[in-house]
Design a protein around this ligand. Sequence first.
Ligand code: SAH
Length: 345
Amino acid sequence: MERTTDLASLSLAELTDTIVSLGEPKYRAKQLFDWILKGRGFSEMPNLPKALIAKLEEAGAYVAGLRMVRKLVSSDGTVKYLFETDDGEKIESVLMQYEHGYTVCISTEAGCAMGCRFCASTLNGLSRRLAPSEMLLQVIRAGNDAGVRIGGIVLMGIGEPLDNYDNVLKFLRLVGAPEGLNIGYRHISLSTCGLVDKIDRLADEDLPITLSISLHAADDETRSALMPVNKKWGIAELLSACSRYFEKTGRRISFEYTLVAGKNDGKTQAEKLANVLHTYCQNMPLHVNLIPVNPVTERGLLPSNREAVAAFASMLEHRHITATVRRKLGADIDASCGQLRAGKK
Ligand code: SAH
């Protein structure tokens, strides 16, 4: 049977339409929806009649799956999962525990087309974009495996979320819906390398999520060398889009800055960073998250040392920009890099 409708990517309203169009009672949709939220497949939904499932399958409907292939547990409690989709794509997710609860970092694509020089996820390009269900299932599987309620999500795993815009938006609406996982939008962060047209679109969606911008450099020459996307939209265009986003949504934006020894971690760069932020984003509170780069063998880039990181942070503070150094969770299991997928670990 050809699979045409992924039921786990549908909202309750859409699922209800599907069920009703097959001549079945509405309450079946809610039953199905609740099983999907528990991460169950057709064979694990005991209160649904076999005839109904057969009818759904006949119509090309299916429930997407996601299989756990590997699990690495860090000494700090962070858990990294390698999952496999129905068609054999490998993706990674990370479960992190903070004081206020559990957050899952999810992948939005299998591979990535963006080509950032320091990133392992993009080494082999983009394989395909993930369906809303496949993002949802990462959250559900991690929560079920750990036996905890997931209170937050970060879209910072493999892939560029704004390159998979429609599916990511569907996913966000699914997890935020009160009848869905009911995770507050304020506890959801989306990180982007800077697709300006999509940032403008996102500003109109009325979703109070937190936007993170992977900036990583303060001048176009350095940024284009690290991030090819900068050749399409330079720093001025990107930061102006951030300013518009803040103007419209009132939501604070956080800037990610990966420190690479000798490349973008000097005093001059810190000054330049302060200058561009004050120039283009003067209407908003400024916050930079500093991340010493995770070395990726193929990339040959080294992290800045502790002194360089501290000096960079204090330069920014001096210019009235809040700077934090990202707390490193799961360092011993390489929790952040796309390397499990690449089969390197
Ligand atoms: N595509 C999105 C989200 C995925 S990457 C984005 O670019 O924001 C999540 C974050 O990890 C980004 O800030 C990315 O630049 C950063 N990152 C990627 N590889 C890294 C590495 N080797 N060391 C440190 N941070 C890295």
